[in-house]
Ligand binder design. Structure first.
Ligand code: F6P
Length: 514
């Protein structure tokens, strides 16, 4: 067996060499003659046995290719790969992002760390940006002509856009007087439409960029500034620009007033940054209390991840199922179907979270991997997805496990359409698992109509679509991603592949004298 001490100082074999891995290959073969329906038949309590709850989130994994033996082997694999120790290292702020020589301590933004000086400085950063958000909502922040700010245009990309945009939209209509709009693309159409109808004298441009070097963001900021200027020569543009960054010096060099620069630590990764001052748009749209609730929900999930035994630990269970399908069932994708219109951006957010974190080809010590890593993540909001991609889900020659994300109770739960929405998700999950065998007399015997089933899914339910549940949901996905990275022994917190494209773009633009 190849046993190494990896760069985190933990025992790490090539996972394929572990006896637990080989046991899982055996268990995989044992499913060849079975169906998901048969797993339910032999166990009347299956739905209950394979349902778990934590931090308000309920997860039903009963429609998966698992039984006690497989699950036991998956948990044993997690132990053999030091998931518990790595989890503690993550939550303890150890420098587990080895290629960038820093911690990935986004959880410290949600649960104050024990180091009093770190806790104090995080507290101060939070006080400043949440205070600014409340002042905006109260009309106390004015443009240079004295008009209260009524539109905030947030410019950022990747993690500096997807998380804040997702949560702002998920929580519904703004509860304050300020409209929040988002721009990420360098395609002029997006900034043009965000600025359309906005009154320059009542508009604040917020550039969100951890590095403050991202070309798209700086270019859109430049254009937004000239829009401010060209609409009214009388405006003092500096009054209408703010920045959120881990590099305040760079924002100041580009002319942002130091009092309008909101900072966060370098050890917060871009795709984990919505919990920091990057969450400013959320607080502007929904108030600081909603932002604190969001963090509180995430902190509850962090506590569950830290303390629950692996056997009932939601991020661990979901992460292990992720490994199970990629490495033992050879699936190349995973689908995300949120059944809530306000979560339509969830697949996009998760694409960055999981594909930047797990799209890796070498292990933490730079050795080529012997196993496949992160799948392609894709998805669409339900029920819209049912009329586009579900044909593939039910009858394609290859299949994709799926997450159905449901909201148990909507603000207007008597509304008939919510009942249809909810039942639709479960009907799709059932059809994936059991196929048409359960249709009874309505079943067609034609070959073209045959729907075989045996396609696994998770049902992830939020009690309500509120800030606390959103925080718990996003932390669940963060930790699930981390668990997979530990099994595969990859660094979940760097993204060197993205850099190549950035550098080549710079070279091309240089040649064209941009
Ligand atoms: O796409 C790569 C990336 O580095 C992401 O990880 C990050 O979220 C995004 O670019 C934006 O970076 P920044 O916040 O520094 O502008």
């Amino acid at each position: 067996m190849l046993v190494n001490i990896n760069s985190h100082g933990f025992m790490q074999s090539s996972p394929t060499e572990l006896p637990q891995w080989q046991a899982l290959e055996e268990w995989r073969r044992s499913f060849a003659s079975r169906t998901i329906a048969s797993l339910f038949k032999v166990d009347a309590g299956r739905a209950q046995r394979w349902s778990f709850s934590a931090a308000t989130i309920h997860v039903d994994v009963s429609r998966n290719w698992i039984d006690e033996n497989t699950f036991g082997a998956l948990v044993a694999l997690a132990r053999a790969c030091d998931v518990e120790k790595m989890r503690d290292a993550l939550l303890g702020g150890e420098a587990i992002n080895t290629t960038e020589h820093r911690s990935a301590w986004h959880t410290a933004l949600r649960t104050p760390p024990s180091d009093p000086s770190v806790a104090r400085s995080l507290d101060e950063e939070q006080r400043v940006f949440l205070g600014f958000a409340e002042a905006l909502r109260a009309g106390r922040i004015q443009g240079s002509t004295g008009a209260p700010i009524e539109t905030v245009v947030c410019i950022g990309i990747g993690g500096s856009d997807l998380g804040p945009r997702l949560v702002t939209e998920a929580l519904g209509a703004s509860t304050g007087p300020v409209a929040v709009r988002f721009v990420s693309n360098i395609d002029p159409v997006e900034l043009d439409s965000a600025l359309e109808g906005a009154r320059p004298e009542a508009t604040l441009i917020v550039a969100i960029s951890k590095t403050f070097t991202t070309l798209e963001t700086l270019e859109n900021l430049r254009v937004a500034r000239s829009w401010l200027h060209s609409h009214s020569q009388a405006l003092d543009v500096a009054h209408h620009v703010a920045a959120v960054t881990a590099h305040p010096g760079r924002a100041a060099e580009l002319g942002v007033h130091p009092k309008r620069i909101f900072v966060f630590p370098e050890w917060v990764g871009g795709r984990y940054s919505l919990w920091s001052a990057c969450g400013l748009p959320i607080a502007v749209a929904h108030g600081h209390e909603a932002f604190l609730q969001l963090r509180a929900g995430a902190a509850e999930m962090d506590a569950h991840f830290a303390q629950a035994p692996l056997e009932t630990n939601l991020p661990v269970i979901l992460g292990l199922l992720g490994v199970w399908y990629v490495n033992f069932w050879n699936t190349r994708t995973r689908a995300i179907f949120p059944y809530a219109q306000r979560l339509r951006n969830l697949p996009l957010y998760l694409q960055q979270l999981e594909m930047e974190s797990l799209g890796k080809r070498v292990d933490v010590d730079g050795r080529p991997l012997a196993v496949d890593t992160g799948p392609v993540l894709w998805g669409e909001v339900g029920t819209t997805a049912q009329h586009s991609v579900f044909q593939f889900m039910h009858q394609g020659t290859h299949w994709s496990p799926a997450d159905f994300v449901l909201v148990a109770q909507h603000a207007d739960s008597d509304e008939r359409r919510y009942r249809v929405l909810h039942a639709s998700a479960l009907a799709q999950a059932d059809a994936m698992a059991w196929g048409d065998s359960v249709l009874g007399p309505e079943r067609s015997t034609a070959a073209y109509a045959l729907t075989p089933g045996g396609r696994p899914s998770n049902i992830i339910s939020l009690p309500r679509l509120d800030a606390r549940a959103m925080g718990a949901l996003l932390a669940l996905y963060e930790h699930r991603t981390f668990v997979q990275s530990v099994i595969w022994n990859v660094n979940a917190f760097d993204q060197w592949g993205v850099e190549v494209g950035k550098k080549l773009l710079q070279q091309r633009l240089g040649r064209e004298a941009f």
